[in-house]
Design a protein around this ligand. Structure first.
Ligand code: ZN
Length: 421
């Protein structure tokens, strides 16, 4: 299963949204895409390019377009995952131990972050305005559990404010001073930081014959990876976009905290890039509206496989099997954007390459999660279908999916890009 091993490499190289974007950008560079700067005049049409906005990225392949109003075929995913992040004032000392103050980002399964070997990743912005990606891939942090003997009533979930700080040193040094020494900057020059903890154990194959992938951030880097592979395969070495179509890959940051930021799915990022592609092709505003009206977005985010120990938590008619192929996600209250038309397109893509398709519906008596699909659809007006790959333990520091589903995922998304109308 080379795709599963490639996924492990992608995840290990991408400990933060900024790194995920850098990993994707490096792959796009190597395949001949050119990076554009949103501040510059847009590159001429008919090309392959991408832009980066913080932890988000949009890439396009305009080589098969035949006119400015040609529609877009879009695959979307999110780069961020729930984790523990450094507070602005994060240094505290307790009884000779240096303690690092952390707080949750999004909704991590908190207990899974305890007693785990944690490193640090993210970005710092220095006084001169330069930005540095930071990655300490060593077990420098530890958030210890409370011993069972001191918690006889086993109170359960850790408190988000009081119980998540990490022990890391006994030297009495500020954390940024230690970090700067390693990474080559002075702590006093750090005027801004977005730093987060990461599981340092490499991603890998587990289970008999390695049929499973165990990794951090599968939600949603598995989709970032599969979307990127499909985008590159269909664009660079495959049959490319269907004539008269344009392919777009969009990777959004901030999904886990609601998508409302300058680079989240609720931002203008995707629509602005689409507009500039149309304008560069000599189109007018009306051509953008025509292009958008004919476009479709496949919004990928991970799906819940039916848990063998908690089958009652799942909708009994919609059991989802590990290794059983991608999952179409449907919700009558539009927590997912899928409608009948979008479902049919995605089902046809899977069918065209013999990939099995599963269908997910959340129990009606449990609140359903959501994703970038409905938010992006509302922002752009583009018909959107939500789907995912099955996994267990979503939002754990360590998640699990079937290696076979990585293959299914890449194949299905490649077919989506290459599907004839
Ligand atoms: Zn997700």
């Amino acid at each position: 299963m080379p795709a599963a091993d490639d996924l492990c490499r992608f995840v290990d190289a991408s400990p933060s949204p900024f790194h995920a974007v850098a990993t994707a950008a490096a792959a796009l560079d190597a395949a001949g895409w050119s990076r554009a700067d949103e501040r510059d005049a847009w590159p001429a049409s008919g090309g392959r390019g991408y832009v980066v906005r913080g932890g988000s990225l949009v890439a396009w392949d305009d080589t098969a377009a035949t006119g400015p109003a040609d529609p877009f075929r879009i695959v979307g995913a999110h780069t961020d995952s729930p984790n523990l992040r450094l507070k602005q004032h994060h240094d505290r000392r307790f009884e000779g131990t240096d303690v690092l103050a952390l707080e949750p980002y999004g909704g991590p399964l908190l207990t899974t972050w305890l007693d785990r070997d944690l490193g640090v990743a993210g970005r710092v912005v220095l006084r001169d305005g330069s930005e540095r990606l930071v990655h300490v891939d060593e077990p420098v942090l530890r958030v210890p559990n409370l011993a069972i003997h001191l918690d006889r009533d086993a109170a359960g979930a850790p408190d988000r404010q009081r119980h998540l700080d990490a022990v890391w040193s006994q030297r009495g040094r500020p954390f940024l001073a230690w970090l700067g020494e390693r990474e080559g900057f002075a702590a006093e020059d750090v005027l801004g930081h977005e730093l987060m903890t990461t599981d340092v154990v490499p991603s890998g194959r587990v289970g008999a014959d390695g049929w499973l992938v165990a990794a951090p951030r599968l939600d949603n880097q598995a989709t970032c990876f599969a979307g990127l592979e499909a985008f590159l395969t269909s664009g660079a070495s495959g049959s490319g976009p269907v004539p008269g179509q344009r392919s777009v890959l969009v990777l959004f940051d901030h999904e886990e905290v609601g998508s409302s930021s300058e680079r989240g799915a609720a931002s203008d990022l995707l629509l602005t890039v689409l507009e500039r592609i149309v304008l560069a092709a000599g189109g007018a505003r009306d051509d953008l509206h025509r292009a958008v009206a004919g476009s479709i977005c496949a919004s990928g985010d991970m799906a819940h496989a039916t848990h063998p120990n908690h089958a009652e938590r799942h909708e009994p008619l919609h059991h989802v099997v590990l290794g059983g192929g991608p999952v179409l996600k449907v919700n009558q209250n539009l927590r997912y954007a899928t409608d009948a038309a979008g479902a049919a397109v995605f089902a046809r893509a899977c069918e065209s390459v013999g990939v099995p398709l599963q269908r997910y519906v959340h129990r009606a008596d449990l609140p359903c999660g959501s994703t970038i699909g409905p938010i992006s659809a509302a922002r752009t007006g583009i018909s959107t279908v939500d789907f995912g790959a099955p996994q267990l333990a979503m939002h754990s520091a360590r998640e699990t999916m079937a290696a076979a589903d990585v293959e299914h995922y890449v194949k299905a998304l490649t077919a989506f890009f290459e599907l004839a109308d």
